[in-house]
Each structure stands twice: as C-alpha cells, then as structure tokens.
Design a protein around this ligand. Sequence first.
Ligand SMILES: Nc1ncnc2c1ncn2[C@@H]1O[C@H](COP(=O)(O)OP(=O)(O)OP(=O)(O)O)[C@@H](O)[C@H]1O
Length: 239
Amino acid sequence: MSSKEGQTVIEFRDVVRTYGEGEALQYAVNHINFTIDKGEFVVILGQSGAGKSTVLNMLGGMDQPTEGEVIIDGATISNMRDKQLSDYRAEKIGFIFQFYNLIPTLTAYENVALTKSIVKNAASADEMLAAVGLADHKDKFPSQLSGGEQQRVSIARALAKKPQIILGDEPTGALDSETGVIVLELLQKLGKEHGNTVVIVTHNADIAKCADKVIRMKNGKISEIVINENSLPVREVEW
Ligand SMILES: Nc1ncnc2c1ncn2[C@@H]1O[C@H](COP(=O)(O)OP(=O)(O)OP(=O)(O)O)[C@@H](O)[C@H]1O
C-alpha cells in the first residue's frame, strides 16, 4: 500500500520526555502528536536541542516517554518491557547513524552478515551490498572505504534485517554534498520501491525538500507539520 492510501504505522500521542526534577526539570519533548504512514519518507527538522534525537530514540525503542504513548504498527511500544522492546528493535527497526558505527575489524561483508546473529531470516549480505552498489568492495575494511561507502555499508546492514522502519540520525551529516545525495537517493528509493518507512533527523532544511512529510520541532514542541504532495527527487534539489 502506498503512503497516499494512508496506512498509519507510527503514532505519537501526547508524548512527553523530561529530564531532571524540581528546578532542574527540563522538557526535551513537550506534548507532541504526529502520525507517519507506511512508505513515507519523513524528515524531522529542527535546530540543535530541539528534541529531534529524543523523538528518534523513543521511536526506535531506545528510550521511553515520561508520559504519552508511542504506537508502532498497532502495538504500544511505550508500555513494553525490555525483552519485548529488544524484539521490537530487532524485528522492525533498521538504524543508520551519522558516523556509521561499523566494526573496524570486520570487512564490509562481515559487518552486514553480522545481522544474521541478531535476526532470523536476515537477507543475504551479498544481496544487500549489491543493492547499495558495493558488491565490488565487500572484502574491504571500513578504513579502506570512503565516508559515503561506509554509510552505504551501514544502510546495507540496516536493510539486512528487512526492517519495516528505517531510522537515521543525521545520516548525511558527515558526508560531502555529492556523497550525501547518493545516500539520500538510496533512502528515498526505499519507501517508493520497497514500502519501507524512513524517518531521518536533520538540521539541514534542504533535505526536507525531498521528504513526503516534514515535522519541524522547536524547543521540544512541534511547530509545524508539512505534507509535501510534490516532494522533489534528491537530484533536483540544489545542494
Ligand atoms: N540524557 C539526557 N539527559 C539530560 N538532558 C538531555 C538528555 N538527552 C537530551 N537532553 C536534553 O534534551 C534536549 C533535546 O535534546 P535532543 O538531543 O533531542 O535535541 P536534538 O534536536 O536532537 O539536538 P542535536 O541536533 O544537537 O542533536 C536538549 O536540551 C538536551 O540537552
């Protein structure tokens, strides 16, 4: 089902995340609500400290709200205990980080193949590396790959889990613009061609032009949600 048909897979209901107590109480996320449909390419945009990573961490089941509900594919993950949450992360979520988080002593192939030890039915590492255009680099170590190639290995690793949802925290933050374009094109294609829901956090407003939905955050609140009926192909954005 395409995003236009609107099957909700992610819902934040009145979510709050605070840190500290008493006079030191701080709202990292302050009563926010949004939904994301299957296959959407969503950008969470906002300045440093706006609460973007906190949202992404709750979405990925790495952190829990202080109040409110996070509902993924009909399941309230904000009520889940550790074991259930860990299964949720393993089954449904692929993560991509700004600094790739590859294991330096393993080759590209081994970094992706490692997924097999975490999830049953992981996709073949060869296939995933081919999908990101790195079949010829599979035996290289991360230090022998460029930043963009390392990020593509990390996308191959995330995809090997066959996750429903891909989360990225500044996935192009460490890349030059041409390499960033290659990585973003890959992410945009995942929703359009494979039905993956992709949510990335960034402070780069240009990236938002390629998104189906932009959730703009300020001081822990959502200041605006924009649906881009005519999101641009990554190549058409001036970088
Ligand atoms: N573990 C923590 N303990 C205390 N305060 C925290 C913690 N994590 C986040 N915060 C605070 O919550 C607020 C939101 O942080 P968050 O990392 O979500 O922002 P962000 O929009 O992702 O920023 P950046 O773009 O700089 O990563 C910040 O003021 C931050 O200092």
